[in-house]
Structures are given as C-alpha cells and as structure tokens.
Ligand binder design. Structure first.
Ligand SMILES: *[C@@H]1O[C@H](CO)[C@@H](O)[C@H](O)[C@H]1NC(C)=O
Ligand SMILES: *[C@@H]1O[C@H](CO)[C@@H](O)[C@H](O)[C@H]1NC(C)=O
Ligand SMILES: *[C@@H]1O[C@H](CO)[C@@H](O)[C@H](O)[C@H]1NC(C)=O
Ligand SMILES: *[C@@H]1O[C@H](CO)[C@@H](O)[C@H](O)[C@H]1NC(C)=O
Ligand SMILES: *[C@@H]1O[C@H](CO)[C@@H](O)[C@H](O)[C@H]1NC(C)=O
Length: 283
C-alpha cells in the first residue's frame, strides 16, 4: 500500500513536471490552426472569435495591423497547400500556406501565439507575400513544396530544441561571417518564394550563392517543433525586408529551407532575376 502511494506521488510529480515543460497542449494549438484556416479560407474571421481576446494583436509583414485592416483575413483564399508545426513549449504554431486563387495568389507564413492560462490567441503574426515579393510564383512554390517530406521524425532520431534552433541561427550568422560552422545537410535545398535554388541532385548545397555580406536578421520570433525537426523564424531580414524562414533539420543537419520575403513595394527586393521562374513546372 505504502509503495503504491509512493508510486502515485512520484507519477503525479513527474506529470506535473511534464505539464510545466509543456506549457500548452497540442490539441489547443491544433484547434487554433484549424480555426485560422477556417477563417482564412472563408474570409470570415469570426471562425477565430472563440479563441480571440481583447488583447489579440495582429502583425502583418512586421507592422501592426488588425483583423479588419488585414491584407488577407477578410478575403476568402482558396488554400492549395497548408502545413502546420506546433511548439508546445512556446505555446505557438506556424502555418505555411499557398493560395493560387483569387489571382495572383499568396504565399503566407503565420505564427499564432497563445496564452496557456487563458487558452486564447495573443498574437497573429504573418508574412504575406504576393506579386512583386521575392521570387513570387505560387505554381513553382507548390510544385517544390509538394515534393518534400516534412513528416514526423522517429522519436529516437529527434533533435533537441536547442540543436534545431542552433542550426537556424548558424545559417543566419553565416550571412555575415563565412567562417561560421553551419550544419549543412547533404543534400540541402532552399526554396525562396517560388525559386528553387538546387537542382534536385544528391550534391545540392544550401551555401551556394550566399553572400558574405553584413546582414542582420533582427527581431527573430521562433516556433520549434521537435517532432518534425522544424524551426520557423520570422524576422526583419537585413537588406531585404519582413521575412519567414523555416528549416527542416535531420540529425542535426539542415535538409531544407523555405523562405518568403515581403519586399515593401521594391520589385523583387532588387534581387537578381532567377532564371527559370517563368518556365513551366510539372504537377
Ligand atoms: C490583456 O493583457 C493584459 C496585460 O498583458 C492582461 O493582464 C489581461 O489579462 C489581458 N486580457 C485578456 C482578456 O486576455
Ligand atoms: C478587406 O479589408 C481591406 C482593407 O481594409 C479592404 O480594402 C477590402 O475591401 C476588404 N475586403 C473584403 C472582401 O471585405
Ligand atoms: C566568425 O565565426 C568564427 C567561427 O565561429 C568565429 O571564430 C569568429 O570570431 C567570427 N567572426 C566574427 C567577426 O564574429
Ligand atoms: C553534382 O552531381 C552532378 C550529377 O551527378 C554532376 O554533374 C555535378 O558536376 C555535381 N556538382 C558538383 C558541384 O559537384
Ligand atoms: C509562374 O510559373 C508558371 C509556370 O509554372 C508560369 O506560367 C508563370 O508565367 C510564372 N509567373 C511568373 C510571374 O513568373
């Protein structure tokens, strides 16, 4: 009997420690992303209302906005692709969206942040890209996004949050310091808007064509999901503008990178043309 009580207490303590680490549950985050997609696909923000508080802030392209003033939340977007990740420690989600219609479409990256105590969304933080933004082409984006497997990683092969975040931070540090040791995967492929920087070959690398030049990614907001080895970082990307980068990390190494960058009206952020962006791609 004594043993049972001790076991019971030990289990309760272990569980409460688990709850302390897991500041909010996956089910709540999943409800938030389901409602977000319901709202965004119908253009009826009221589908989010049960999860909103008086304090919910809306950030679009690193500027304060609101639901009525949103670039997209009051429009019904036909969503062709969506993939979510869930951060149960930070109580946040990230969703990658591609919409081809109404034309010219959008590529959107959205972080939702929730308060674990009130179970309400405190912040909707999006990068919203369309024509004129960095290498925008939703057909190309969809083609490449759908070829990749960002699925669950077997528990014994998962990296820690620290390892996953460090891979992203090393990549960012590399831009201004070419001596930075980045855990490049082999192969490693990067998609910027609709521009696929690799050849789809086993020897593709993600360092090709990167500066070094002095560029700082400021005001970084992270969402990390160890179950899929992924970290999303929203930031102000130095010379370019408001930006979303998501990294898929496998066994400590960067395998894929997805970027979307809002150009604040400067066509293609003054970046060099990307040959092939207007060519046909397969289904
Ligand atoms: C709004 O934010 C304030 C300060 O962060 C907090 O005290 C209050 O509980 C929040 N209200 C709601 C409805 O979430
Ligand atoms: C959505 O909001 C924007 C900005 O306030 C406005 O220009 C647009 O007409 C609205 N769209 C719809 C479908 O209500
Ligand atoms: C660049 O990175 C290398 C390797 O991490 C480090 O030793 C060096 O101090 C860095 N240089 C600067 C200027 O930060
Ligand atoms: C990558 O592999 C392809 C095909 O095997 C080869 O033609 C190409 O030269 C290789 N590129 C580099 C940079 O090694
Ligand atoms: C986007 O790619 C499609 C082919 O997949 C092409 O027809 C279209 O012209 C491209 N659009 C732009 C703006 O490059």
């Amino acid at each position: 009997m004594k043993l049972l009580i001790i076991l019971f207490i030990q289990t309760a303590v272990a569980q409460s420690r688990w709850y302390q680490d897991q500041t909010c549950d996956r089910a709540l985050l999943q409800e938030a992303t389901s409602r977000y997609i319901a709202a965004q696909s119908t253009g009826q923000p009221q589908w989010l209302s049960t999860l909103l508080s008086d304090n919910t802030t809306v950030i679009e392209n690193n500027a304060e906005s609101s639901i009525p003033a949103s670039l997209v939340l009051n429009q019904s977007l036909a969503i062709a692709h969506v993939r979510h990740i869930y951060d149960t420690v930070a109580c946040a989600s990230f969703s990658e969206l591609v919409s081809l219609a109404p034309g010219p479409g959008y590529q959107i990256g959205t972080q939702l942040r929730l308060d674990a105590a009130t179970r309400k969304i405190t912040k909707i933080d999006s990068i919203v890209t369309t024509t004129g933004d960095l290498y925008f082409n939703t057909t190309h984006a969809l083609h490449y996004l759908l070829r990749e497997d960002w699925g669950l990683i077997a528990p014994e092969n998962r990296d820690s949050r620290a390892t996953i975040q460090a891979a992203a931070d090393a990549y960012y540090a590399y831009f201004s310091n070419g001596s930075t040791v980045v855990p490049w995967g082999a192969p490693c492929d990067r998609l910027e808007g609709g521009a696929y920087m690799g050849q789809g070959l086993a020897n593709d690398t993600c360092d090709a064509g990167l500066p070094p030049f002095s560029v700082e990614m400021r005001d970084r907001r992270y969402v990390i999901d160890e179950s899929v080895g992924s970290v999303n970082v929203l930031s102000e990307f130095g010379i370019l503008g408001p930006d979303s980068h998501e990294f898929r990390v496998e066994k400590g190494e960067i395998r894929w990178i997805h970027a979307m960058t809002f150009c604040r009206g400067t066509p293609n952020c003054n970046a060099p043309d990307f040959p092939g962006l207007s060519e046909e791609v397969g289904w």
